[in-house]
Design a protein around this ligand. Structure first.
Ligand SMILES: [Ca+2]
Length: 456
């Protein structure tokens, strides 16, 4: 069954950051972004199986906040501000607080740019911030976006994602014109730094810990932009490692290979994915990159009050279908099948073991269950040695400390990261990790190569 579903945008977002900004204080453009005057100035979309309400339990500050509830797979709860006049090149900073009621990310806030005809202007994925779903705790989010060519109006849309049931609270939505950071990309690392005005100068790489270890770079959750193009941050990530002739691996959300599927952004138009396919095929053919199966849609949802993941709790048939769909799409559009699997959220169950056992092309299971390996080579993780700490934030100091502590007892490391989430400062931190590994004579290999090495 093809799923013409709207896409979980876990990795589409270019500029979502949980940062505080050192903003100047330009006038706020939204009159009631804190919902203290109820839904005044907001328009609530009337949609079946979805609801939006201003209520006291959703307050982050003041007395009131906004709750969006998505009760069905094929619906979207949505609340919209008025259209404000804008012009191409104007820069906006949007800040908001959000709280998901359970783990999982199923809503966010978009800046919606329209042209004079009321049609979508520019690429909507560049002006969307997902409400990071950590479950139960408020998170601050910031998005910066530039009014694209043709933009005449801008509005704020607060919404859930289709196919993603769940409840999200929003409050303190603030829109200003202008951006407080020189590069337009506020830095979440700086939010907790004692020197918030500048990134620290990179320290010299110290040689501590084991040398010559095989390293797999496990880069997660590749997908396309709504216009069918490769996200620029993925391009940068791959180009950097290509230039250094270092091998790495990329997990593909295989929905992105589906040319029949509907765009996540209901107002965006799908265009050809041929350039995307060509890029993957070129990288694959170089022998420097292994692409692996990272699920079909990377979904997670609530079912009878419990968290269900694409490959955990979703049932044997569901998992089998999604595994097969991904392989079929790769065969059709890329000309190869995946030999490595890594589950979305690294969440799996006994059904995953059964469906993986049926796929004889897949030989390697990243972060799989060593007690029940489905006949695959399990490449495990060291929780102290990873690219990001916390998730989405590359952290050289943590990496180097963990490496120094454990490398004498390790045969290899599989280090995970999400390049689509890294701004320039965070990318520089990733480069420091690579420099550190190169200084330690690391042998950068693909997952399948590592599996072969381990079996020798
Ligand atoms: Ca409020």
């Amino acid at each position: 069954m093809k799923r013409p579903c709207l896409f979980h945008a876990a990795v589409l977002t270019a500029c979502i950051l949980t940062a505080s900004l050192q903003a100047a204080d330009p006038a706020p453009l939204l009159a009631n972004g804190g919902f203290e005057n109820g839904d005044h100035t907001w328009k609530i979309a009337n949609v079946p199986d979805a609801s939006a309400s201003v209520n006291e339990t959703a307050a982050h500050s003041g007395r009131f906040g906004l709750t969006l509830t998505n009760n069905a797979a094929r619906t979207v709860a949505r609340v919209m501000s008025a259209n404000l006049p804008t012009a191409p090149g104007r820069v906006y900073t949007l800040k908001f607080q959000a709280r998901t009621h359970a783990l999982g990310t199923y809503g966010g806030v978009s800046l919606r740019f329209l042209d004079v005809h009321g049609k979508n202007a520019g690429d909507p994925s560049l002006s969307h911030a997902k409400a990071t779903g950590i479950g139960g705790a408020w998170q601050a989010h910031t998005l910066t976006a530039t009014a694209p060519e043709g933009a005449a109006t801008v509005s704020v849309w607060v919404h859930t994602y289709s196919k993603q049931k769940g409840v999200v609270d929003f409050d303190d939505i603030e829109l200003i014109e202008g951006t407080p950071a020189a590069d337009g990309i506020p830095d979440p690392v700086l939010a907790t730094s004692s020197t918030p005005t500048a990134a620290p100068a990179p320290a010299p790489v110290a040689i501590t810990g084991g040398k010559g270890l095989p390293i797999v770079i496990k880069a997660n959750a590749l997908t396309v932009r709504p216009d069918g193009s490769l996200p620029p941050r993925w391009e940068k990530f791959a180009a950097y490692l290509n230039d250094r002739r270092l091998k790495f691996s990329i997990g593909v959300i295989t929905y992105s290979l589906d040319t029949t599927s509907q765009s996540y952004f209901a107002w965006a138009v799908d265009t050809s994915k041929e350039n995307y396919f060509a890029w993957i095929k070129e990288q694959h053919a170089s022998g420097l990159v292994e692409f692996w199966h990272h699920g079909y849609n990377h979904h997670q949802w609530l079912q009878n009050g419990s968290d269900v993941f694409e490959f955990k709790g979703s049932g044997y048939d569901h998992q089998l279908e999604h595994l097969k769909q991904g392989q079929d799409l790769a065969r059709e559009h890329l000309g190869f099948v995946f030999t490595t699997f890594g589950a979305p959220f690294n969440a799996t169950d006994s059904d995953t073991v059964r469906v993986l056992a049926k796929d004889t092309d897949i030989r390697v299971w990243l972060y799989g269950n060593p007690a029940d390996s489905a006949g695959k080579t399990i490449l495990d993780r060291d929780p102290q040695v990873n690219i990001e700490h916390p998730i989405f934030v590359p952290n050289f100091e943590k990496f180097a400390a963990g490496y120094a502590a454990s490398s004498a007892s390790r045969r290899y490391y599989v280090i995970e990261g999400h390049p689509a989430q890294w701004n320039d400062t965070q990318f520089a931190e990733f480069e420091r990790i690579i420099d550190f590994l190169v200084a330690h004579d690391a042998r950068f290999v693909t997952p399948t190569e590592l599996a072969d090495l381990l079996q020798r």
